[in-house]
Design a protein around this ligand. Structure first.
Ligand code: SF4
Ligand code: SF4
Length: 178
């Protein structure tokens, strides 16, 4: 009777989940939610993820950059959420992550269009990342000519940019010696 009195006085100490929805507390770290539209394929989340739950790599044909999340590996640390520049991946309130029969059902994917180097034609980044960078550089306030000059190699891969720099420096020193 004493126990019943205490229950009446203090109310329920447990929730009736799963018979009623469970409302998670503020700041809860649930399953990372991915928004394909916002993703630019920068791979910051994959680099930051300590458990390799996120992988960003080219597909076999080298025509798309594939963003892949494996919920089975996720430790809900929130690093991906912290580093994503566009809020394309954010921790959600979702905690019911079980799937039936096949663990592959835990995988989530997004495919992004790749950008090919204008010199060597190798894929080196995504079209969305180039567009994102250009948009941000436009906000710096440079005039058209400066912007064009600063971004003249934006469609060139890092290896070709390096070759161009070496070539330009060599020509510069040859001219100086004459
Ligand atoms: S929450 Fe942590 S472990 Fe999970 S995908 Fe993000 S960075 Fe990786
Ligand atoms: S989810 Fe965010 S951090 Fe990850 S690749 Fe997309 S834009 Fe970059």
């Amino acid at each position: 009777m004493k126990l019943l009195d205490m229950t009446r006085k203090y109310g329920n100490a447990t929730y009736n989940y799963p018979f009623e929805p469970y409302v998670v507390p503020e700041g809860f770290r649930g399953k990372p939610a991915y928004d394909y539209e916002k993703c630019i394929g920068c791979a910051a989340c994959a680099v930051a993820c300590p458990s390799n739950a996120i992988n960003v790599k080219l597909n076999e044909e080298k025509t798309k950059l594939v963003w892949e999340f494996d919920c089975a590996r996720c430790i809900y640390c929130g690093r991906c959420d912290e580093v994503c520049p566009t809020n394309a991946v954010m921790l959600s309130d979702e905690f019911e992550t079980a799937v039936r029969f096949d663990r592959k059902n835990l995988l989530e994917r997004g495919c992004l269009e790749v950008e090919y180097c204008e010199k060597c034609n190798k894929p080196f980044t995504t079209k969305k990342l180039i567009a994102y960078d250009l948009e941000r550089l436009k906000r710096v306030g440079w005039d058209e000519a400066t912007l064009a000059d600063k971004t003249k190699y934006i469609h060139t891969c890092p290896e070709c940019k390096k070759d161009i720099t070496v070539e330009n420096s060599t020509q510069y020193f040859v001219r100086k010696r004459k």
